[in-house]
Write a protein that binds this ligand. Structure first.
Ligand SMILES: *[C@@H]1O[C@H](CO)[C@@H](O)[C@H](O)[C@H]1NC(C)=O
Ligand SMILES: *[C@@H]1O[C@H](CO)[C@@H](O)[C@H](O)[C@H]1NC(C)=O
Ligand SMILES: *[C@@H]1O[C@H](CO)[C@@H](O)[C@H](O)[C@H]1NC(C)=O
Ligand SMILES: *[C@@H]1O[C@H](CO)[C@@H](O)[C@H](O)[C@H]1NC(C)=O
Ligand SMILES: *[C@@H]1O[C@H](CO)[C@@H](O)[C@H](O)[C@H]1NC(C)=O
Length: 482
């Protein structure tokens, strides 16, 4: 027993590794037109919110900050998003050289997936739609491969957006499409060479009806006729703002047209942004939620509401106050009310007839002829790209899950009526679950009149000691065995 060989150490390391993934969500893959859980095989419907506190200006790589760098802020927002009932966030701008471990681990612990945009508004960090050829270069690829390196290690990374609204009118749809496919190819080849699991890559389209169907047709087709063509999108996001106000319907919002348009899709389609804010000045009622997740639209994979925090563009579900506290808007309450009515069993049942699909072979005839590119000659990787893809980028910063130790939110949060939300904390989900609506109402009832004695603690909150408890028990067992 004193001969302390390397074997128990290796065993310990192995056990530690097992424990490190105890509270990890199951990765998601694409299967036919659905997202599915890689372990249970069940369909994953996106119930999501776009997450960019501070708006585009919140992306400050020069200060070492982006939306996923401050663990305290993520703890606060993850607690409110978990209670809201979402299972996915989309994050638009991340710096691949920063450490996102705390935030990614917190969102993982509460069962929330992340869809990450690989681009940013800074020069050289996205495709320039006015000059796609010159902006598609090795320096740009280095950046987006860095995002892959940074996020590939998190099991809750659901996918990467290779581009967002690059084509936003007929003019920009002439030259850019082949470049989007080239970027998708390079990302997918990089992932295949440097990630232990496949991570889906797709495109987020503007709802510009003259080019929408062409965009989808162009992105989903296969040059070879096979699903494995790397230039093809794995999924298709649509930024959809056609359902406005309390009186809109499935028909007046044109959701019926979308369902018809995408009836034959061979990849998952979801709203990568939705939640029209007209009429102005009133809380959004979110009646579109019932339609989007209802029987008529099960062919789609859900959507992400634009957006978590109130910014200049006036789409917030919550207001982040200057002192770091958060006040829910009525929009949050209304959205939560609709989420609470969803038929979760319907949403997770996958349609077996859709598990194998053959994408259409790319051809000019798939495109309407209204001006959208019919050019399926995809640009070759720029100089230096093959080396990056083969050997990896220099000095990648690889993220990994870390233990989430703090579950209580240190800042105060207030309901839409101004009443403080007591005992705000994240609930670390056991058994690798993802989050789902839980029929709760986060905004407390009552009014915001000062009532210093009314401080009932929040409902039972599961703390994050589960994994450590197991670790200590296993450690004890191993020591006894030795
Ligand atoms: C869907 O596919 C069927 C059979 O291939 C075809 O008849 C139909 O026109 C297609 N629908 C759309 C909207 O493209
Ligand atoms: C923080 O700011 C908000 C909005 O100005 C205010 O309502 C709230 O009382 C402040 N909370 C704390 C703890 O300072
Ligand atoms: C994280 O955000 C909180 C709240 O805004 C702030 O007080 C804190 O200083 C930030 N932490 C870091 C490391 O920037
Ligand atoms: C098609 O796009 C490629 C770049 O991907 C370009 O070299 C070629 O000239 C384009 N063909 C036409 C007919 O525009
Ligand atoms: C949800 O909560 C409401 C009351 O807030 C209750 O009437 C309803 O039965 C609950 N539904 C479920 C599925 O628990």
């Amino acid at each position: 027993m004193l001969a302390f060989s390397a074997r128990p150490l290796a065993l310990l390391a192995f056990l530690a590794l097992l424990i490190a993934v105890v509270n990890a969500v199951h990765p998601v893959k694409v299967q036919g037109q659905d997202f599915v859980d890689t372990v249970t095989g069940k369909r994953v419907m996106i119930i999501g919110v776009d997450y960019q506190p501070g708006g585009q200006a919140g992306y400050k790589p020069q200060n070492g900050e982006d939306a996923l760098t401050n663990g305290t802020v993520c703890l606060r927002d993850a607690a409110l998003l978990q209670r809201l009932g979402v299972n996915t966030i989309r994050v638009y701008n991340v710096d691949p050289t920063l450490n996102h471990d705390d935030c990614a681990s917190i969102f993982n612990a509460v069962g929330i997936y992340m869809i990450i945009d690989v681009n940013s508004p800074l020069g050289g960090e996205s495709l320039n739609r006015a000059e796609p050829a010159s902006s598609y270069n090795a320096g740009y690829l280095s950046r987006i491969f860095g995002v892959v390196e940074n996020f590939k290690g998190y099991p809750n990374t659901l996918g990467f957006f290779a581009g967002n609204e690059v084509m936003n009118d007929v003019g920009s749809s002439k030259e850019n499409p082949p470049y989007i496919r080239a970027i998708q190819r390079d990302l997918k080849n990089y992932i295949a060479a440097h990630s232990t699991r496949t991570i889906p890559v797709g495109y987020s389209a503007a709802d510009v009806r003259p080019i929408l169907e062409d965009t989808w047709a162009y992105m989903q087709c296969s040059l070879t006729g096979s699903i494995s063509d790397p230039t093809r999108s794995d999924f298709f996001g649509l930024n959809s703002y056609s359902w406005c106000g309390a009186d809109a319907t499935y028909q007046t919002a044109g959701y019926n047209d979308l369902v018809t348009m995408f009836a034959n899709t061979t990849l998952p389609i979801f709203f990568s942004e939705y939640g029209c804010n007209k009429p102005e000045g009133v809380a959004r009622v979110f009646n579109e939620v019932a339609a989007l997740y209802g029987k008529d639209m099960t062919g789609l994979s859900g959507g992400l509401v634009y957006e978590y925090s109130q910014e200049e563009s006036d789409y917030g579900l919550v207001v982040i106050n200057g002192n770091g506290t958060v006040t829910l808007k009525k929009d949050y309450d209304n959205l939560q009310g609709h989420y609470n009515l969803l038929d979760l069993a319907l949403l997770s049942s996958t349609n077996p007839s859709q598990t194998t699909v053959t994408p259409p072979k790319c051809a000019a005839s798939l495109i309407s002829g209204s001006g959208f590119s019919q050019n399926f000659t995809i640009p070759s990787p720029p100089d230096g790209a093959d080396d990056l893809i083969k050997n990896g980028i220099k000095d990648p910063v690889n993220g990994k899950l870390v233990q989430v130790k703090e579950t209580n939110v240190p800042m105060k949060a207030y309901g839409s009526n101004g009443v403080e939300i007591k005992g705000l904390a994240i609930k670390i989900l056991p058994d690798d679950q993802s989050n789902a609506p839980s029929n709760e109402t986060t905004s407390p009832s009552g009014t915001a009149a000062p009532s210093p004695t009314a401080s009932k603690k929040g409902a039972a909150v599961r703390t994050g000691t589960g994994a450590w408890g197991v670790f200590v028990a296993v450690l004890a067992a191993v020591v006894v065995l030795l």
